[in-house]
Design a protein around this ligand. Structure first.
Ligand SMILES: [Zn+2]
Ligand SMILES: [Zn+2]
Length: 307
């Protein structure tokens, strides 16, 4: 089987399950960590996640990173933009810093061939909702205009305190306000969805949610998943990740989420606390694959005609 055929085969039947990994010590170290965790996809921060200071990545580090990825089982790399970014801010300084930081993420995305930069779309402080939505759209459009080709993936939020992107309609509006460029995509996080009031643990409500994505945004924009269990209950609007099986989704809910047929072919990364609170271990990533397999089996069984 040729390289292209292998890829098509994998894409149609797989999900590229992996984890968020640290770039401490340099970009190439992230690949080594991903390999150790048996990841098929990794996500990284391009700089310290809680500081504005940009981190420069040398051509050498990028070259080594790309080589290591090519030699590994890792099929997909995502970058998570830093948390300080607020694309919806109406404050001049925050907006200009956000723009710079987001551009830096997209530029690195181009250099490493990332599948996308994941962005929390922004939050509305005490300001006017419409103006914040428009500001987010402008920031997105400007970043895309000033960078080459890396996709920008808007992540749904848990809906806490004015965070934008809490449901599909709001994400759809952000896509439009950002200019509906084909580089704008979506990353769905099952912990955030549950916290934001979506019953993603059951097949039918989950299918309805994906229908809504299909109708309002288009499935081709759905490019990535975050797979986290949730410490907080349905509709709590609180974003607290739990390790897989330890939260409100549980093994049962995760089997359903991971086996939704329209999620096939997507990178799916864990951002869970893990056993040492330092991120997931290989066993948890294997567990995610097992839950997906079991979920697919359950669906086949239920789809079979009654004897
Ligand atoms: Zn996430
Ligand atoms: Zn989260």
């Amino acid at each position: 089987m040729g390289e292209g055929a292998k890829r098509t085969f994998l894409v149609s039947f797989s999900m590229f399950i992996g984890a968020h990994v640290s770039i401490a010590g340099g970009l190439p170290n992230a690949v080594a960590r991903g390999v150790e965790l048996e990841c098929d996809a990794i996500q990284i921060f391009n700089q310290s996640s809680r500081a504005w200071k940009p981190q420069n990545h040398s051509d050498e580090a990028v070259f080594e990173f790309n080589e290591a990825i090519a030699e590994s089982r890792i099929e997909s790399v995502l970058i998570h933009a830093v948390y300080l970014i607020n694309a919806a801010s109406l404050e001049r300084e925050v907006r200009s810093k956000s723009l710079q930081a987001l551009k830096a993420s997209l530029e690195l995305g181009d250099r490493i061939g990332a599948a996308g930069v994941v962005l929390h779309p922004g939050s509305q402080k005490q300001e006017d909702y419409e103006r914040c939505m428009e500001a987010a759209g402008e920031t997105i459009a400007e970043c895309l205009a000033e960078t080459e080709s890396c996709p920008l993936l808007l992540e749904d939020t848990a809906g806490a305190g004015g965070t934008l992107g809490r449901d599909i309609s709001e994400l759809a509006r952000l896509v439009e306000l950002g200019g509906a460029d084909e580089r704008i995509g979506l990353c769905l996080d099952c912990c955030h969805l549950l916290a934001s009031g979506f019953e993603v643990r059951e097949r039918d409500p989950l299918a309805e949610l994906v229908d809504e994505v299909e109708v309002k945004i288009g499935l081709k924009r759905l490019r990535a998943l975050h797979v986290n269990d949730s410490q907080m209950p349905l509709g709590s609007n609180r974003d607290r990740h739990a390790s897989l099986g330890d939260g409100e989704l549980g093994d049962r809910g995760l089997r359903v989420f991971l086996s939704e047929p329209r999620f096939d072919g997507l990178p799916a990364v864990l951002e869970t606390p893990g056993p040492e609170r330092s991120g997931p271990d290989a066993a948890e990533i294997r567990k995610a694959r097992r839950l997906r397999r079991e979920g697919r089996r359950n669906r086949k069984r239920k789809d079979a005609p009654a004897p």
